[in-house]
Design a protein around this ligand. Structure first.
Ligand code: F6P
Length: 550
């Protein structure tokens, strides 16, 4: 069979376009009414860790079969093998993509440029284990001999969002007396607000930067270094600063001894790096044993992804449903709603993972793309978001597919809080799917004693169109293993979509232009340069800012 380079001209794609015309008017409430097993049929489990119920989607058996056919046509199976094997699938940077090697728990050799990378990975994990234990148990002390109890991760993007999200998710596992903070934004307020609460004698700064050239991180690190040196003197740096990076030279230049550096490698992308040395703050907070449990959970998902048939494969199913909405139903957005306070930063983490990976308009052949790629992702913790943007999700003119993530058991089973939370998330899914017809709304109004006029006026406002899709990801509890599996699930989902869209999901050239331009504008803000060569809007803004700051 000839491989059609342009996915939207392929046979499988065309079939899906045709199929959409047949099912676009179908209502999920009817699908459930006609098939008592739908909930079960459209569910997949990963052991006792995770259940994905995707029955509340606008799909039939045929839709799923056609979607899986598209995945097969794009040779997804080969692409999965290529990633895990270490092929250089990040083609624009000529790099392997091997965050999965970090959770290669059976330690089989993985070759990059003819060399097994596992010994180096294991050595860094051993160094992390020793260091995290030494900090946790007070063996590695601060310059003045005090225990280091405040851990501050300085990083941005992938060097911040992963450890931040995961330490918050695993807060219940933090060692007593250890506290983690995160400084990412270049806004001086981020530094000021964290430092204000800290004592230099008990603070450990972790400077996390893959490149060690990121202006935000280096500026924040310099400010923190000065704060420490002003209080304890230059020699204190060796006991209060460590670096996580791929760039030994730059770490040295910054003034951190490479002995205090935890290495990772080009084959670990920034937004895929929480499993590497970038996770040091997680390891210190929750212990290396729990960090390893997180790797185990991710590893279980890796195995599932590599071995489960597509029809039973969670990342593939989630990805192909996303393709269905994005490319065939014209829905270019989705929301992730964790119903668990500890997972409140997961949507922010997933925003980088998804939008930085798949927000691309050029395919791997170097051609501009004529179909939709990465969707807009947003979210927040339930039930809070029910009282903010859920109005639009229920009654807006835009459809927003939702992923609801919910643990059956809470870490804080206080009274009936968790049951109320569970009832709410289940109700959201059901309400979005079923909706409420005008007739049903009118009946309710009648029962409530409203007049005929009131009923006629209000029934439309009180109706819900329904047929709005959602996935349920049910966890037993938010623990390190489950968190690992959950994050790996989304990583692989994003990978699958990148394969279907024929893009390089592992570079991020789109963030460069703004960075370059900021470097040009900086001296213009700092000095009174009169000959500004920007557009008239930027010129005026620069001049106004300069005069306001005088
Ligand atoms: O936002 C662009 C980016 O390169 C991300 O991909 C990365 O996670 C972040 O900046 C931070 O980069 P670094 O770890 O090199 O400081």
């Amino acid at each position: 069979m000839m491989f059609e380079r342009t996915v939207n001209k392929s046979k499988a794609w065309k079939k899906l376009e045709g199929h959409y015309k047949h099912i676009r008017k179908m209502q999920m409430r009817d699908m459930f009414a006609h098939d008592a097993d739908r909930g079960l049929k459209f569910s997949v489990k990963l052991d006792d860790t995770l259940l994905l119920d995707y029955s509340k989607n606008r799909v039939t058996d045929k839709t799923m079969a056609l979607l899986m056919n598209l995945a097969k046509e794009r040779r997804l199976e080969d692409k999965i093998k290529a990633m895990f094997r270490g092929d250089k699938i990040n083609i624009t940077e000529n790099r392997a993509v091997l965050h999965t090697a970090l959770r290669n728990r059976d330690n089989h050799p993985i070759m990059v440029d003819g060399k097994d990378i596992m010994p180096e990975i294991n050595a860094v994990f051993a160094k992390m284990k020793k260091f995290s234990e030494d900090v946790r148990y007070g063996k590695f002390k601060g310059h003045t001999g005090k225990k280091l109890t405040n851990i501050v991760n300085i990083g941005i993007g992938g060097s911040d969002l992963g450890p931040f999200m995961a330490t918050e998710a695993l807060k219940k596992y933090w060692m007593k007396g250890i506290h983690c903070s995160f400084i990412s934004n270049i806004d001086g307020t981020a530094c000021a607000e964290v430092l204000e609460k800290l004592d230099p004698e008990t603070t450990l700064f972790i400077v996390a930067s893959k490149t060690f050239t990121t202006i935000e991180t280096l500026t924040n690190a310099k400010t923190c270094r000065k704060w420490l040196v002003d209080a304890l003197g230059e020699p204190a740096v060796a006991k209060h600063f460590v670096a996580l990076s791929t760039n030994t030279q730059k770490v040295k230049e910054f003034g951190i001894n490479p002995e205090n550096m935890f290495e990772f490698w080009d084959f670990v992308g920034g937004r895929y790096s929480m499993w590497s040395a970038i996770g040091l703050s997680i390891a210190i907070a929750v212990g290396m044993d729990n960090f390893e449990k997180m790797l185990e959970g991710a590893s279980a998902m890796d195995k599932h992804f590599q071995t489960a048939p597509f029809e039973q494969n969670m990342p593939v199913i989630l990805a192909m449903l996303g393709i269905w909405y994005n490319n065939f139903m014209g829905i270019h957005r989705y929301a992730v709603i964790p119903y668990d306070q500890y997972l409140q930063y997961l949507p922010a983490y997933l925003q980088q993972l998804d939008m930085e990976s798949n927000g691309k308009f050029v395919d791997v052949n170097g051609e501009y793309i004529k179909y939709a790629t990465g969707p807009v992702l947003f979210g927040g913790a339930g039930t809070n978001v029910q009282h903010s943007f859920f109005q639009l999700i229920h009654q807006g003119t835009e459809t927003v597919p939702c992923d609801f993530i919910i643990p059956a058991i809470s870490h804080n089973e206080i009274g009936d809080h968790h049951e109320i939370l569970l009832a709410n998330v289940l109700a959201q899914g059901e309400a979005l799917m079923k909706g409420k017809t005008e007739k049903e709304a009118a009946e309710e109004l009648k029962k409530a004693g409203k007049s005929k006029e009131e009923i006629n006026f209000l029934k439309k406002f009180k109706s819900f169109s329904g047929n709005r899709p959602s996935n349920f990801l049910l966890l037993k509890k938010v623990d390190p293993y489950t968190l690992g599996a959950l994050v790996a699930l989304y990583e692989h989902k994003v990978f699958v979509q990148g394969i279907i869209w024929n893009i390089d999901s592992f570079d991020q050239m789109g963030v460069e232009l703004g960075k370059q331009m900021a470097l040009n504008i900086l001296p213009e803000l700092q000095n009174n340069i009169y000959d500004l060569k920007h557009d008239s809007s930027t010129n005026t803004l620069i001049k106004t800012i300069r005069s306001l700051r005088k």
